[in-house]
Design a protein around this ligand. Structure first.
Ligand code: FES
Ligand code: FES
Length: 153
Protein backbone atom coordinates (compact mmCIF):
# COMPACT_ATOMS: atom_id res chain seq x y z
CA UNK A 1 0.00 0.00 0.00
CA UNK A 2 1.19 3.52 -0.86
CA UNK A 3 -0.04 6.88 0.37
CA UNK A 4 -0.57 9.70 -2.10
CA UNK A 5 -1.54 13.32 -1.53
CA UNK A 6 -4.32 13.98 -4.04
CA UNK A 7 -6.27 17.23 -4.09
CA UNK A 8 -5.28 17.98 -0.51
CA UNK A 9 -6.24 14.58 0.91
CA UNK A 10 -4.11 11.60 1.85
CA UNK A 11 -5.26 8.62 -0.17
CA UNK A 12 -4.13 5.01 0.27
CA UNK A 13 -3.75 3.02 -2.94
CA UNK A 14 -3.20 -0.69 -3.52
CA UNK A 15 -1.63 -0.54 -6.99
CA UNK A 16 1.90 -1.77 -7.60
CA UNK A 17 4.49 1.02 -7.16
CA UNK A 18 5.47 0.66 -10.82
CA UNK A 19 1.94 1.56 -11.96
CA UNK A 20 1.63 4.90 -13.75
CA UNK A 21 -0.43 7.47 -11.88
CA UNK A 22 -3.01 7.73 -14.68
CA UNK A 23 -4.14 4.13 -14.18
CA UNK A 24 -4.38 4.62 -10.43
CA UNK A 25 -6.47 7.76 -10.81
CA UNK A 26 -8.87 6.33 -13.35
CA UNK A 27 -9.06 2.61 -12.53
CA UNK A 28 -8.41 2.39 -8.80
CA UNK A 29 -9.72 5.74 -7.58
CA UNK A 30 -12.38 6.24 -10.29
CA UNK A 31 -11.24 9.84 -10.82
CA UNK A 32 -12.06 9.95 -14.51
CA UNK A 33 -11.67 13.70 -15.06
CA UNK A 34 -8.08 12.95 -16.08
CA UNK A 35 -8.27 11.43 -19.54
CA UNK A 36 -6.56 8.48 -21.17
CA UNK A 37 -5.37 9.33 -24.67
CA UNK A 38 -2.26 7.57 -25.92
CA UNK A 39 -0.82 6.10 -22.74
CA UNK A 40 2.72 6.72 -23.99
CA UNK A 41 3.37 10.37 -23.22
CA UNK A 42 2.63 11.99 -26.56
CA UNK A 43 -0.91 13.42 -26.44
CA UNK A 44 -1.00 15.26 -23.10
CA UNK A 45 -4.61 14.27 -22.32
CA UNK A 46 -3.61 12.86 -18.94
CA UNK A 47 -1.99 16.07 -17.62
CA UNK A 48 -2.19 16.74 -13.87
CA UNK A 49 -0.10 18.81 -11.49
CA UNK A 50 2.62 17.14 -9.50
CA UNK A 51 3.78 19.79 -7.12
CA UNK A 52 3.46 22.96 -9.20
CA UNK A 53 4.34 21.36 -12.52
CA UNK A 54 2.04 20.07 -15.24
CA UNK A 55 2.98 16.45 -15.91
CA UNK A 56 1.62 13.64 -18.05
CA UNK A 57 0.30 11.19 -15.48
CA UNK A 58 0.73 8.19 -17.80
CA UNK A 59 4.47 8.74 -17.49
CA UNK A 60 4.66 9.12 -13.71
CA UNK A 61 5.16 5.92 -11.72
CA UNK A 62 3.67 5.88 -8.24
CA UNK A 63 7.07 5.07 -6.78
CA UNK A 64 8.52 8.31 -8.22
CA UNK A 65 5.84 10.62 -6.84
CA UNK A 66 6.57 10.22 -3.14
CA UNK A 67 5.08 12.96 -0.98
CA UNK A 68 4.60 15.41 -3.85
CA UNK A 69 1.17 16.98 -3.97
CA UNK A 70 -0.98 15.77 -6.87
CA UNK A 71 -3.74 18.01 -8.21
CA UNK A 72 -6.25 16.76 -10.74
CA UNK A 73 -9.02 18.58 -12.55
CA UNK A 74 -11.39 17.55 -9.75
CA UNK A 75 -9.30 19.54 -7.27
CA UNK A 76 -8.36 22.54 -9.42
CA UNK A 77 -9.45 25.58 -7.45
CA UNK A 78 -8.39 29.04 -6.34
CA UNK A 79 -8.61 32.51 -7.84
CA UNK A 80 -6.53 31.80 -10.93
CA UNK A 81 -8.31 28.55 -11.67
CA UNK A 82 -11.66 30.30 -11.33
CA UNK A 83 -10.52 33.02 -13.73
CA UNK A 84 -9.47 30.36 -16.23
CA UNK A 85 -12.76 28.48 -15.98
CA UNK A 86 -14.73 31.71 -16.44
CA UNK A 87 -12.65 32.68 -19.46
CA UNK A 88 -13.02 29.17 -20.91
CA UNK A 89 -16.78 29.56 -20.68
CA UNK A 90 -16.81 33.11 -22.00
CA UNK A 91 -14.64 32.24 -24.99
CA UNK A 92 -16.62 29.02 -25.51
CA UNK A 93 -13.42 27.01 -25.82
CA UNK A 94 -14.77 23.51 -25.43
CA UNK A 95 -15.85 21.38 -28.36
CA UNK A 96 -15.90 17.60 -27.72
CA UNK A 97 -14.19 18.27 -24.38
CA UNK A 98 -11.88 15.28 -24.32
CA UNK A 99 -8.63 17.24 -24.03
CA UNK A 100 -9.99 20.07 -21.94
CA UNK A 101 -9.19 18.92 -18.43
CA UNK A 102 -5.57 18.62 -19.54
CA UNK A 103 -5.68 22.03 -21.23
CA UNK A 104 -6.95 23.63 -18.03
CA UNK A 105 -4.33 21.88 -15.91
CA UNK A 106 -1.54 23.04 -18.22
CA UNK A 107 -2.92 26.59 -18.39
CA UNK A 108 -3.24 26.70 -14.62
CA UNK A 109 0.36 25.57 -14.08
CA UNK A 110 1.46 28.20 -16.60
CA UNK A 111 -0.25 31.16 -14.97
CA UNK A 112 0.81 30.09 -11.49
CA UNK A 113 4.45 30.50 -12.53
CA UNK A 114 3.87 33.33 -15.01
CA UNK A 115 0.78 35.47 -14.28
CA UNK A 116 1.02 37.41 -17.56
CA UNK A 117 2.26 34.97 -20.21
CA UNK A 118 2.98 36.15 -23.74
CA UNK A 119 1.55 34.30 -26.73
CA UNK A 120 4.93 32.63 -27.11
CA UNK A 121 4.86 31.54 -23.45
CA UNK A 122 1.35 30.18 -23.93
CA UNK A 123 2.25 28.23 -27.04
CA UNK A 124 5.36 26.86 -25.35
CA UNK A 125 3.44 25.72 -22.26
CA UNK A 126 0.45 24.28 -24.13
CA UNK A 127 2.07 22.71 -27.19
CA UNK A 128 2.22 19.18 -25.75
CA UNK A 129 -1.52 18.83 -25.38
CA UNK A 130 -3.21 17.77 -28.57
CA UNK A 131 -6.72 19.01 -29.32
CA UNK A 132 -8.25 17.11 -32.19
CA UNK A 133 -11.02 19.70 -32.36
CA UNK A 134 -8.50 22.50 -32.97
CA UNK A 135 -9.47 24.73 -30.05
CA UNK A 136 -5.96 26.22 -29.86
CA UNK A 137 -6.90 29.81 -30.87
CA UNK A 138 -9.69 29.88 -28.27
CA UNK A 139 -7.40 28.47 -25.61
CA UNK A 140 -4.91 31.27 -26.30
CA UNK A 141 -7.71 33.84 -26.14
CA UNK A 142 -9.06 32.40 -22.88
CA UNK A 143 -5.65 32.46 -21.21
CA UNK A 144 -5.14 36.07 -22.27
CA UNK A 145 -8.57 36.94 -20.85
CA UNK A 146 -8.01 35.04 -17.62
CA UNK A 147 -4.76 36.89 -17.06
CA UNK A 148 -6.30 40.29 -17.79
CA UNK A 149 -4.25 40.87 -20.93
CA UNK A 150 -7.23 41.34 -23.20
CA UNK A 151 -10.63 42.72 -22.30
CA UNK A 152 -13.77 40.67 -22.63
CA UNK A 153 -15.95 41.78 -25.47
S1 FES B 1 -2.34 9.59 -22.19
FE1 FES B 1 -0.61 10.47 -21.23
S2 FES B 1 0.33 11.64 -22.81
FE2 FES B 1 -1.30 10.60 -23.83
S1 FES C 1 -12.04 19.84 -27.48
FE1 FES C 1 -12.12 17.97 -28.61
S2 FES C 1 -10.09 17.19 -28.49
FE2 FES C 1 -9.96 19.17 -27.64
Amino acid sequence: MLKLNINGKTVEVQSDPATPLLWVLRCELKMTGTKFGCGVGVCGACTVHIGKEAKTSCQEKLSDIGANRITTIEGLQGTQARALKEAWTHVDVVQCGYCQSAQLMAASALIQRNPTPSLKDIDCAMHGIICRCGTYPRIRQAILEATGQVKRT
